[in-house]
Design a protein around this ligand. Sequence first.
Ligand code: UT7
Length: 325
Amino acid sequence: MASKIVGLGMHAPPKKLTNHDLEKMVETSDSWILERTGIRSRRIADPGGANSDLALIASKRALADAGVRPEDIDLIVVGTCTADMPLPSTACFLQMKLGARNACAMDVNAACSGFLYSLSVADALIRAGRGKKALVLGSEVLSSIVDYTDRSTCILFGDGAGAAVLAECAEGEGILSCHLQSDGGLWELIHCPGPGTVNPLTPDLISRRMMYLRMSGNETFKHAVTKMADVAMKALSENGFGIDDVALFIPHQANLRIINAVGKRLGVPPDRVFVNLEQYGNTSAASIPIALSEAKAQGRIMPGDLALLVAFGAGLTWASALIRM
Ligand code: UT7
């Protein structure tokens, strides 16, 4: 057996943080942000808002879209790097809130690649006969680890959740492949130093603002372009497809210039590239399932179409999935 996506849903908190709002917080401008990133605004959860609450709304929408009941789900995998608590997993909170009493639940932390890593885990478990239906999420409250005094990062990130319901299908349908790659040697490019075992929670950690995300944007940018293009090409070549076979290319929504550069390398026409970062910013693991969900709702992707999903993030991690919708 293989697995396929039978339902999709997304949720973004209503509160908007616009470029003009950021102009009042750090030394930046709407024109700089728009020109360098393509982002106009992002959605922000209320302070203390649980990641699992965003995930819950996205999950309910995906289950309704699939016509599947929570108790029919065997497996919940949440891709996130902004968990509700260090333990238990956000997936366990989601299971409780959803009433998915027959599911086992786990988080996968692959930062912005989290949804594709989670999709791959769920697909592999279904293929191994360890469950028939899975709920897979990318869900983040990035605002909880963003330093709103750092203009090089606070302009990028937003909060949100996207969910997909997977069900068994015949081999050759649904998820045709997942390719996952990592390079831990490049961890310093994007990281959040603490609190953790290396940098425990101390007054010093707080005074040095080490609980916030740090990024070498320019260096990360270069890796994002080459690695996303490479792993996308791997998906196509290993399945015997060319870029012309792909109905919609859905890249991680980090920066419009990255998306354009990757699209150019792949030779995909702009009208077959899905972009929604203008309104959500970079929602890390949530960006691809939010985009996929919106693409389906807007009729940009139809049953039988081939979708190519590509992610990149901290770790470094990067990944692709080729999907027959
Ligand atoms: O999702 C996970 C992966 N993350 C990514 O893929 C993000 C990748 N990186 C990026 O998106 C871009 O590197 C950024 C948007 C973060 C930065 O854009 P950039 O074109 O790489 O700018 P830069 O870092 O080279 O900075 C250029 C200039 C610098 O000033 P000087 O040194 O030239 O005087 C920065 O200090 O722009 C300055 N700058 C800003 N100016 C106004 C940096 N941030 C801002 C800002 N507003 N918000």
